[in-house]
Design a protein around this ligand. Sequence first.
Ligand SMILES: [Fe+2]
Ligand SMILES: [Fe+2]
Length: 159
Amino acid sequence: MNIYERIKQDHDHAREVMEKLKETTARAEKTRHKLFGEFKLDMWAHHKVEEAVFYSYLRDNTKMSDDSYEALNEHHVANGLLEELDTFPVASDEWGVKFKALCELMEHHIEEEEEDFFPKAKKLIPSEVADLMGKRFDARKKVVLAAIMPIDEDDLKAA
Ligand SMILES: [Fe+2]
Ligand SMILES: [Fe+2]
């Protein structure tokens, strides 16, 4: 799986979870907690690894630098909203409104990456490098996710 396919795999999953969460109401506290908890960690890890593996390669290329900085700024805003939603009571209508605002940003960002950024990047990144980047992305995402996962009783028993 090359870097474009691997990133798109995460995007497709994110789209699916966002649709599910958008359908929930303030009464679906458990579902919101569970789905959002996973979504938040997955997006944080996605942004970090995307920056380290994909954007770091393109950022210094003059043809891509403006687009790269715009994308990195969107990651920053999205991460902040994820943080805010994480500490805001899920059993409220306000949470749903805030979550929809995050979805609008994420959907715009994901679409721009796939429709605008990927075609430009494909002209600059040799295909064998794109294949290697896909493998690196996958390996690093697992490490980052494992590192930020909240600790549970099993972790403590194993210590
Ligand atoms: Fe991104
Ligand atoms: Fe992305």
